[in-house]
Design a protein around this ligand. Structure first.
Ligand SMILES: Nc1ncnc2c1ncn2[C@@H]1O[C@H](COP(=O)(O)OP(=O)(O)O)[C@@H](O)[C@H]1O
Ligand SMILES: [Mg+2]
Length: 271
C-alpha cells in the first residue's frame, strides 16, 4: 500500500549562500536564475536577499518595501513567516531586501552571539521544512551580515568571473569557512562549489582562467560554466529571471543545466 511520505522523512532544507566579497561576479544573477530554474523543476525555493541594493528582489519582479526584509526579523520586531513573500513564479518565494538592511550590520553587531543571528532568524523556516532550498544572495563585502549568512549556511557556492585575478581574494572566503568550522560556529559548513560566470569561450583569457581555476580546485568547480550572454544582463530590468525573459537563450539553457548539477551535488551533501 502506498502511504504518503511524512514530512519528517523529507530531506532537510539545504541552505546555500552564494558568496564572494567581490561585486559584479554574478552572485545575484546566479541566485535569481538558479532559483527560477530549480522552481521550474518543482523544487520549493526560498531566496533571501541580503544585499541592501535589493537586486535579487527587483530581479524577481518585486519592489523593495521598507520593513519587508530580514532586518526586522534580525532585531526581533517581526516574525520571519510574515516577511516571506510569494514571487510571480510557482514554488519560488523570497525574503526581500530594502535599503534599511544596511543598518542591520550595526544592529547585529550589538547583539551577543551575533554570528548566529541569521541562523536564529531562520529557525522557524528551518523547523517547518517546507523549502527544498534556501538560497542567500550575499552582499559584496565581508561585513557581519555576510559572515552571519555563512554561519547560517550548510554550503557556499562561490561565483567567479572568468577574468584575470578571478582567484585573487578567494582565500578570504576559504579562510572564513575554515574559521567558522574550527571555532564551532558552523562545524558542518562546506564549500559546495565554484561556478564560473561570464565565460567567453572565444577568448583565450576565459579559457586560461577556467583551466587555472580547475587545476587548483578540481571537481569543486562545477562542470557547467555560465556564458557571457546579453539576455542575462537585460532580464533584471524587466524584473524577470531568464527562464521567463528569454527561455530559449543560451543563458537560460546554462542556468537550467546548472540547476540540475547543483541539485545533484547538493543532494549528495544532504545528511
Ligand atoms: N553571464 C552573464 N552574462 C552577461 N552579463 C552578466 C552575466 N552575469 C551577470 N551579468 C551582469 O553583470 C553584472 C554583475 O552581475 P551580478 O549578478 O549583479 O553580480 P554580483 O551580484 O556578484 O554583484 C550585472 O549587470 C549582470 O546583469
Ligand atoms: Mg549582487
Amino acid at each position: 500500500m502506498d502511504t504518503p511520505t511524512p514530512a519528517s522523512v523529507r530531506p532537510r532544507t539545504r541552505v546555500i549562500a552564494i558568496a564572494n566579497q567581490k561585486g559584479g561576479v554574478g552572485k545575484t544573477t546566479t541566485v535569481v536564475n538558479l532559483a527560477a530554474s530549480l522552481a521550474e523543476r518543482k523544487q520549493t525555493v526560498l531566496v533571501i536577499d541580503l544585499d541592501p541594493q535589493a537586486n535579487a528582489t527587483s530581479g524577481l519582479g518585486l519592489r523593495p518595501k521598507r520593513g519587508c526584509s530580514l532586518y526586522p526579523v534580525l532585531t526581533g520586531a517581526s516574525d520571519v513567516a510574515d516577511i516571506i513573500q510569494p514571487t510571480p513564479y510557482e514554488n519560488l518565494n523570497i525574503i526581500p531586501s530594502e535599503i534599511d538592511l544596511a543598518g542591520a550590520e550595526i544592529e547585529i553587531a550589538r547583539q551577543d552571539d551575533h554570528l548566529r543571528s541569521v541562523r536564529k532568524a531562520l529557525e522557524r523556516v528551518l523547523e517547518a521544512q517546507v523549502f527544498d532550498f534556501i538560497l542567500m544572495d550575499c552582499p559584496p563585502s565581508l561585513g557581519i551580515l555576510m559572515t552571519s549568512s555563512l554561519a547560517a549556511a550548510d554550503g557556499i557556492v562561490v561565483t567567479m568571473q572568468s577574468e584575470y585575478y578571478a582567484m585573487e581574494g578567494l582565500s578570504v572566503i576559504t579562510d572564513l569557512i575554515r574559521r567558522l568550522r574550527e571555532n564551532g560556529v558552523n562545524p558542518g559548513l562546506t564549500l559546495e562549489g565554484i561556478l564560473m560566470t561570464m565565460f567567453d569561450g572565444r577568448t583565450r583569457l576565459s579559457q586560461d582562467v577556467l583551466a587555472e581555476v580547475r587545476s587548483h580546485f578540481g571537481p569543486l568547480v562545477y562542470e557547467t560554466v555560465i556564458p557571457r550572454n546579453i539576455r542575462l544582463s537585460e532580464a533584471p530590468s524587466f524584473g524577470k529571471p531568464i527562464t521567463d525573459y528569454d527561455p530559449s537563450s543560451r543563458g537560460a539553457q546554462a542556468y537550467r543545466e546548472f540547476a540540475v548539477e547543483f541539485a545533484r551535488r547538493a543532494r549528495r551533501g544532504r545528511s
